[in-house]
Design a binder for this molecule. Structure first.
Ligand code: AKB
Length: 366
């Protein structure tokens, strides 16, 4: 019973106390009585967060919506984007058209859908941002201002992802701590540093419940990134399964931090649920693995004998990658809210190849 009383004393957000993993409560998992999660008072529908995800049709939105829907119920998580969703996304749960540059419409969505959590994924990534700086500035900076304002106005819990791209050539690179020099040389990086600082400022000035993680390059099987520097590490798996060869646009020895999508999405849910008092900062690095294209290719060769990688380096992407961390120091996240990654390089390669090999077999059979 003592455990259950603690749960009620330290809710992540009102009414969510019964959902909190034990590591947020300062007790070890084995100290939680069997079935305790289900013994405390059941939470009512009114206590669950009502979530809006912007930029929901990018690499991470649909997976994040699936995870949050399993946790909070299908109808409590609304995906949004300015693109038309494919039929299966449309039928898997609520979707609304939302342009983050239209403040009045954003406010209308927040009010009409009784939103309490906002996860803001609309952004132009590093390489594509350099190709269209004015659009990147509009979406990543002006759009963010709208998001901050609507979140502050409606007392929302706000998550904005940041990235290894928020660091630059003068940051320490191996490992890169949470607090250090941040002088990125891309519009993407500058806009992410701006988002981190503005979110913190709104937190201290207006009490906004702002939370932010700096993601490494994220590797996913069934969704594609769009225009990033780390995209090679997603594309290489499909090529390995389909043709046994790959042309890499980064140099063989270019080391970058990477993470499997499941770890990334779980980290996002965990920081959103973490009790406010456990957070010593509003912006955390999270880390999992770190590898070069050469090391990744070597691991792939264990499963695809004869797999061949050639290198045709893209100077823009290479210059960006050379200014980014090789490894993030995420000790604050591990200490404050129990962050722990599950997937390292061998598991990542096995999972990704299994996905693409079975898809390739299905495609060949049809
Ligand atoms: C990119 O490469 O731009 C992104 C990122 C690391 O933020 N994947």
């Amino acid at each position: 019973m003592a455990v259950l009383r603690m749960w009620r004393l330290r809710p992540a957000c009102p009414g969510l106390s019964t959902l909190l993993p034990s590591r947020f409560l300062g007790i070890a998992p084995w100290q939680v009585p069997a079935g305790a999660r289900f013994q405390s008072t059941s939470i009512s529908e009114a206590d669950l967060p009502r979530v809006l995800i912007t930029g929901g049709l990018g690499q991470l939105g649909v997976g994040l919506a699936n995870l949050l829907r399993r946790r909070f119920g299908k109808d409590n998580v609304i995906l949004s984007d300015i693109k038309k969703p494919p039929a299966q996304v449309f039928h898997s749960g609520p979707f609304v058209y939302a342009d983050i540059l239209d403040y009045k419409h954003l406010r209308e969505i927040v009010v009409n859908h009784r939103i309490t959590w906002l996860l803001h994924y609309s952004a132009l990534l590093s390489a594509v941002g350099e190709a269209n700086v004015s659009l990147a500035r509009a979406v990543n900076v002006t759009g963010l201002h709208n998001i901050l304002d609507v979140a502050a106005e409606h007392n929302l819990r706000l998550f904005v992802p940041s990235t290894i791209g928020a660091f630059g050539p003068t940051s320490p690179r191996n490992p890169t701590p949470d607090l250090c020099i941040q002088r990125p040389r891309t519009i993407y990086g500058v806009s992410k540093v701006h988002a981190e600082l503005m979110g913190e400022y709104y937190h201290y000035r207006y009490g906004l419940d702002f939370r932010c993680l700096r993601y490494p390059g994220i590797i996913s099987a069934d969704s594609q990134p769009g225009g990033g520097t780390t995209d090679y590490a997603v594309e290489i798996f499909r090529a390995a399964a389909r043709s046994g060869k790959f042309e890499c646009n980064l140099a063989a020895g270019c080391r970058l931090p990477m993470m499997y999508i499941e770890d990334c999405l779980r980290a996002t849910l965990e920081i959103m649920e973490a009790p406010a008092e456990s957070l010593s900062t509003r912006v955390y690095n999270i880390n999992a693995m770190s590898f070069t294209p050469e090391e990744l290719a070597r691991e792939l060769c264990k499963h695809v004998p004869g797999f061949r990688v050639t290198y045709s380096v893209d100077p823009l992407r290479q210059a960006i990658a050379d200014s980014w961390p090789m490894n993030l120091d995420d000790s604050n996240a591990r200490r404050d809210w129990g962050w722990k990654h599950d997937f390292d390089l061998p598991e990542l390669v096995t999972l990704m190849l299994n996905f693409h090999s079975s898809n390739t077999r299905v495609a060949r059979a049809n």
